[in-house]
Design a protein around this ligand. Structure first.
Ligand SMILES: [Zn+2]
Length: 160
């Protein structure tokens, strides 16, 4: 089987494959905590959504109208400077894999910014309330900016 993306090494062992499969891609505890903090502050958003059709990247939290996109990055998979660890077993493979992840993150950021999105990356280790405040500020800034008010909400009660 050939992989379409040659920069992405395929797992060398079943061990590694298992670890990859066991990793939750959405609804991680960190995401849930940030989401509930946002919700409490009255913000509404989409989750686990594709932002650009040209990119495979799925955003963890998305404010479509104001074009703010949030990724909650796991410390291991995205190479956190504080907690990013490098497995000793299959070290070479892991190094390539994690580097490819980081490179893809930066490419995604670049594409999204070029398309007018404000990209926010939150480390899984960050305090959720603090992250939610950071996100809330970005959304508020975008809402305040001209041209980002978006369409009006559909009027209700017309059938009254
Ligand atoms: Zn970390």
């Amino acid at each position: 089987m050939t992989r379409t993306n040659s920069s992405e090494p395929s797992p060398p062992t079943t061990d590694v494959r298992r670890r990859m499969l066991a990793t939750k891609r959405r609804d991680t505890p960190e995401e849930l905590r940030i989401r509930s903090a946002l919700h409490r502050s009255g913000l509404r958003y989409s989750i686990d959504a594709r932002v650009l059709c040209s990119s495979r990247a799925r955003a963890d939290i998305l404010f479509r109208r104001v074009r703010v996109v949030v990724f909650v990055d796991g410390c291991f998979w995205h190479g956190c400077p504080k907690h990013g660890t490098k497995p000793k077993k299959n070290a070479k493979w892991w190094a390539a894999k994690l580097e490819a992840n980081i490179r893809r993150d930066r490419e995604t950021d670049c594409q999204l910014r070029a398309a007018g999105w404000r990209v926010i990356r939150v480390w899984a280790h960050e305090a959720p309330e603090q992250a939610a405040r950071r996100i809330g500020r970005a959304v508020a800034t975008r809402r305040g900016a001209a041209g980002f008010r978006g369409p009006r909400a559909p009027r209700r009660g017309r059938s009254r």
